[in-house]
Structure formats: structure tokens, C-alpha cells
Design a protein around this ligand. Structure first.
Ligand code: NDP
Length: 276
């Protein structure tokens, strides 16, 4: 049972990754992201998920530097953006992210989206960065089963993580099972569906039963499904609320009821049909 905010999953290369962390998409660079990260670190978070695309790596790096937490206790993820994909351009993008973050190494570097015709070259660059020790783990994001199969057919290293949209309306069962059998850790983005699912009667009822907020119920459901989760908030009270999920356990029946809400409904782009 996952019972503490510092509990980790062990990735397929032996690296430990916290089950729980802070997402910072749309947190503004500067004070907003710095305050959010400081509040999160104070609340016990140790994992931060950013991306070159979020344009807040400088703030993330500053918050990390100003904290007293030893680097090895932190887990920092960033991602290579679509326009930088390809072998040489990924190496350059990585260097830029590392410089902005002010870090010697990154814990997890992800391919942000499966850009057709590019992601295999991008992956070769990630393999090189991994072998040289600049990143502790490498992975992908928004990869469907066929993307993973295609990538793995031609590569040396199996991705350690696949970060995808995942919430009670999009449970990704088939993809999750595929990842489990290959030892690829699934990670949820938009775990709270950006707040759009809090009013669902089933979530409301379970929330009342456990005396936990809808956000806490959904995040606990992630953990019990063995999915790494990275809810985003820039408000300290919500940052604290979202992390207060380690003192209760949803019953198998309630887990199944939340699983049953699936509608294969996305709020973000479709990885098989995006044009950016
Ligand atoms: P989330 O599902 O985490 O929802 C975030 C939204 O919900 C924000 O508007 C936040 O508001 C609000 N919120 C957070 N906690 C609570 C709460 N307890 N009660 C009420 N409202 C709450 O969405 P995200 O899209 O941000 O996903 C999380 C992270 O996943 C991102 O920040 C990013 O790191 C990653 N991501 C990755 C993607 C990818 O393609 N790989 C795509 C999208 C996201 P406020 O901040 O005002 O508190």
C-alpha cells in the first residue's frame, strides 16, 4: 500500500520515482511557479513535472536551488518539445532545458508527443543522454500502443515511463495493461481532468463516504491503480489538499465504481491526430 508522500515506484532501470508529484503546466514563470514549488516542497512533495513548452524551467530551477533539499532527494522531469524533435535538435534542446533549470542532471526526460517521422531520432538522442548520465531515466508521453511498439522495434532501451492523459473518464485500460507487461510505468497527466469531474454524483458520494475531497478521492484512485500522478495547482491550500491522500484506502468496490466512469473521453489532444 502506498502510505507516504515519499513512496516510490521502481522504474525498469532500478531508478526510484515518487508516485506523487506536482505538475506545473500553466504555472507562470517567476513568482507563481516559484511559490507553488516552495509550497509543495514544504508539504513534502519531491517530484516536479515541467517541460520546455511550459516556459517556466527557469522558475522551477530557481525554486529548487533556493530549497534546502539535497538534489538527490528531488525528482525533476522535463520534456523535449515537438519543434525540437530529431537527433541533434533534441540534444540541443536538452542542453537548453538543463541550463535553464540550472541542474547537472535531470531525473526523467520525456518525448512530449509522438511526432511522426521524428520520434525515433529523438529517442536515439535520449538514449545517448541516458548512457552519458545526464538523465537518470528516459521515457515518452502521449504514446499509444502502436507508437510504443514502433519505437521499441528499433531501439535499444525500453522507455521507463509513458505519461498520458488519465482520469476517471479516460482510464486507458488497454494501454495500461500493455505498459504493465513491458514494465513501462504509466503516469497520469490532467489527473483531475482540470476540475471537470468533481461534481459527478459517484465521485461526490465516495467523497462523502471517506470524508475526503473529490480531488483527494481521484488522486488516491490513481495511486491504487499504480499510476504515478502529478496534479497541478498554484494555490497552497490545494497543493496541501492534493497531497493529503496517504491516510486512507478506497475499497475494491469503490475503485471499481470509479473505474466504471470511463467514457474514453479526452480533454486534451488525440495522440493519433494532432497537428502541432
Ligand atoms: P490537473 O488535472 O492537474 O488540474 C489542474 C487544474 O485543477 C488547475 O486549474 C488547478 O487550479 C485545479 N486544481 C488543482 N487542485 C485542485 C483542487 N484540489 N480543487 C480544485 N481545483 C484544483 O491538470 P493539468 O493539465 O495541469 O495536469 C497536471 C500536470 O500534468 C500538468 O501541470 C503537467 O505537468 C502535466 N501535463 C502533461 C501533458 C503532456 O502532454 N505530457 C499535458 C497536460 C498536462 P489552480 O492551479 O488555480 O489551483
Amino acid at each position: 500500500m502506498i502510505s507516504h508522500i515519499s513512496d516510490c515506484t521502481v522504474l525498469n532501470n532500478g531508478v526510484k520515482m515518487p508516485w506523487f508529484g506536482l505538475g506545473v503546466y500553466k504555472a507562470k514563470d517567476g513568482d507563481e511557479v516559484i511559490h507553488a514549488i516552495k509550497a509543495a516542497l514544504k508539504a513534502g512533495y519531491r517530484s516536479i513535472d515541467t517541460a520546455a513548452f511550459y516556459e517556466n524551467e527557469v522558475g522551477v530551477g530557481k525554486a529548487v536551488k533556493e530549497s534546502d533539499i539535497p538534489r538527490e532527494e528531488l525528482f525533476i522531469t522535463t520534456k523535449v518539445w515537438n519543434s525540437s524533435q530529431g537527433y541533434d535538435s533534441t540534444l540541443a534542446a536538452f542542453e537548453e532545458s538543463r541550463r535553464k533549470l540550472g541542474l547537472d542532471y535531470i531525473d526523467l526526460y520525456l518525448i512530449h508527443w509522438p511526432v511522426k517521422g521524428k520520434y525515433k531520432d529523438t529517442w536515439r538522442a535520449l538514449e545517448k543522454l541516458y548512457k552519458e548520465g545526464y538523465v537518470k531515466a528516459i521515457g515518452v508521453s502521449n504514446f499509444q500502443i502502436h507508437h510504443l511498439q514502433d519505437l521499441m522495434a528499433d531501439s535499444e532501451i525500453i522507455p521507463m515511463v509513458n505519461q498520458v492523459e488519465y482520469h476517471p473518464y479516460l482510464t486507458q485500460k488497454e494501454l495500461h495493461n500493455f505498459c504493465k507487461t513491458r514494465n513501462i510505468q504509466l503516469e497520469a497527466w490532467s489527473p483531475l481532468m482540470r476540475g471537470q469531474i468533481f461534481d459527478h454524483p459517484t465521485i461526490q458520494e465516495i467523497s462523502g463516504k471517506y470524508q475526503k475531497t473529490p480531488a483527494q478521492v481521484i488522486l488516491r484512485w490513481d495511486l491504487q491503480n499504480e499510476v504515478v500522478t502529478i496534479p497541478k495547482s498554484v494555490h497552497e491550500h490545494r497543493i496541501i489538499e492534493n497531497a493529503d491522500i496517504f491516510d486512507f484506502e478506497l475499497s475494491p468496490e469503490d475503485m471499481a465504481r470509479i473505474d466504471g466512469l470511463n467514457m474514453n473521453k479526452r480533454i486534451g489532444p488525440d495522440p493519433d491526430n494532432f497537428d502541432f
